[in-house]
Write a protein that binds this ligand. Structure first.
Ligand SMILES: N=C(N)NCC[C@H]1O[C@@H](n2cnc3c(N)ncnc32)[C@H](O)[C@@H]1O
Length: 419
């Protein structure tokens, strides 16, 4: 396959890169390669796709699959899960304080245990990623399970043991230190409870560990808490963020700093903004679920690429600055027909430590009531850095004001989280 390509901006003198993982191209202009192949990159045509050559064959390759192949540097030495840094961060109190201080999150798990306390009598639970053990302590203090296996991989586990003893729960709660997918439990469990959700629902990809533990330790007919999860998206205004990061350069102290705006776009609008707080009034349409996960049927391989579609009818005129995403998780009752409990991290619910995630467009668009925004969202897991993903949004704005049907230009933008 020899695919010609015009000389363009971004062309570089050929640079050698190493394939970090196998890649099978789809479409005639993508170049397949195997892990360890040494490719020559001729052009970095975008942040996601580069023009490269392998054994005289040219094509587009995903930049995230490549590593600068300086001789002698051992790429395999880096842990794709970055566990040392990841579990190191959970070995200190900072993140646990943030999670425990999140009343909406913590009270929801407490309510789930309370609602199901009678059904939990005599049951065996696993609390995956228990942190300080708060959920396990709720189980032991608010219900009468026969055993709770509190699994925690970070060094916090040794303190969790002390907290279990300090609160008189050691007869029920056993703290096991280690990665849940590597540990041996003494028995199957009736309920697998975990607080695994990351920014934009999936960042950290702890959900993979939950699925592996489900397949290994949840008895047939057992219950997953959360039972399901949904990612919600809405087109939105973000005037204050746009003003702070972009408009600022128009006239600072009476001077024209607009030549810095391309830099500002690259620096501030290329990656998603975590911990964004969207006001309900900033929503330009009714938010909609774009991705739904059933925790009983979801498979690890499904996490590689999750797709969703959207079609928003704009209910008001304004400025389309970007999209905002958040998630909700649901806890089914242990009692048939019992009440399902929801933890919602959206702007109409009590604020949580996750807040929301803002994806800024490169250029704001004026929109009007009656317009519509149609498109797709793809969460593509990073093939190398396994706790990371890229969110690719594709959209078109159908203006209600002009007659012609094909007035819509399809736009697309990919947001790495974070690699
Ligand atoms: N986004 C979140 N909810 N993060 C909570 C993560 C908590 O679970 C712990 N954790 C994450 N993955 C695992 C795992 N595979 N095994 C045991 N503990 C884990 C982590 O150390 C922290 O205490």
């Amino acid at each position: 396959m020899q695919t010609e390509r015009e000389e363009e901006e971004g062309d570089v003198s050929p640079e050698e890169f190493v394939g970090l993982s196998d890649f099978t191209g789809s479409g005639s202009d993508q170049l397949s390669f195997s892990s360890g192949d040494r490719l020559l990159v001729h052009a970095k045509t975008s942040c996601e796709w580069w023009w490269a050559e392998l054994h005289g064959v040219f094509g587009y390759v995903p930049a995230g699959y490549l590593h600068r192949g300086a001789d002698g540097d051992d790429i395999s030495a880096e842990d794709p899960w970055q566990d040392e840094e990841y579990f190191g961060s959970y070995g200190t109190l900072r993140l646990h304080l943030e999670m425990l201080s999140d009343k909406s999150r913590t009270e929801t798990y407490r309510q789930v245990i309370l609602n199901n306390s009678s059904c939990l009598r005599g049951k065996v639970l696993m609390d995956l990623g228990c942190g300080t053990g708060i959920i396990s302590l709720f189980c032991a203090r608010l219900a009468q399970p026969s055993a709770v296996y509190a699994v925690e991989a970070s060094s916090m586990a040794e303190y969790t043991r002390q907290l279990v003893k300090q609160n008189g729960c050691e007869a029920v709660v056993t703290v096991l230190q280690g990665r849940a997918e590597e540990l041996e439990l003494p028995e199957q469990v009736d309920v697998l409870v975990s607080e695994w959700m990351g920014n934009c629902l999936l960042f950290e990809f702890m959900v993979e560990s939950v699925l592996l533990a489900r397949d290994r330790w949840l008895r047939k007919g057992g219950v997953m808490w959360p039972s399901s999860a949904a990612l919600t998206l809405v087109p939105c205004q973000a005037h204050s963020y746009y003003t702070e990061k972009m408009a600022f350069w128009e006239r600072p102290y009476g001077l024209d700093f607009t030549p810095l705006q391309p830099l500002a776009q690259q620096e501030f609008f290329t990656k998603p903004k975590f911990s964004h707080v969207i006001q309900p009034d900033d929503c330009l349409a009714t938010p909609c679920h774009v991705i739904s996960l059933d925790m009983y049927t979801l498979q690890v391989e499904d996490l590689e690429e999750m797709k969703g579609k959207f079609h928003f009818h704009l209910e008001k005129s304004g400025t389309f600055h970007g999209f905002t995403a958040w998630f909700a998780v649901h806890f089914e009752s242990l009692e048939t027909g019992g009440e399902t409990v929801e933890l919602n991290t959206g702007p109409s619910s009590e604020q949580t430590h996750w807040k929301q995630t803002l994806f800024m467009l490169d250029r704001p668009v004026c929109v009007h009531a009656g317009d519509s925004i149609t498109g797709t969202i793809v969460l593509r897991r990073n093939p190398i850095w396994r706790r990371h993903m890229t969110v690719t949004l594709q959209w078109s704005v159908n203006s209600s004001s002009t007659e012609e049907t094909d007035n819509c230009q399809v736009e697309t933008k990919s947001f790495p989280m974070w690699r």
